[in-house]
Design a protein around this ligand. Sequence first.
Ligand SMILES: [Cu+2]
Length: 162
Amino acid sequence: MLRFCRAPLLALSLLALPALAGAHEYTAGLLSIEHPWSRATVATAKVGAGYMAIVNKGSTPDRLIAVRTEAAGKVELHTMTLVDGVMQMRPLPDGVEIAPGASVLLAPGGIHVMMMDLKAPLTEGERIPATLVFEQAGEVAVEFKVEPIGYEGTTHTHGSGS
Ligand SMILES: [Cu+2]
């Protein structure tokens, strides 16, 4: 179960990161990856999670099989399932399938990128470089934008209409 303490975060802006204009979206072939984000963590946190929407505008399935980032010692794809009334995290060893025409939302309470052994806390406003590895589309460089601790994410995708 993923629970983050809501203690006030000491905001440290050590890096002046350039603001990216416009939509925070990436494309890889017929896949589009919308708004990869993470929630800021408290200073003592060792785990963080990454979320995004992935839209497959193609006619063949693809699969997110791995995520790599220097920010964490280990990264896994997880899902949350209800077991005897308790939400539990479960690894997805085969990754996440994105069916043709489908939009898959990685969001709090569901599928997420689990970042373990964080090398530093995730700080609001920071962008975490990462590589998404797809079975068909290959490797896609993205940045997870670190949102405030209470951020719940978007509940819809923008690119699902075609
Ligand atoms: Cu997890």
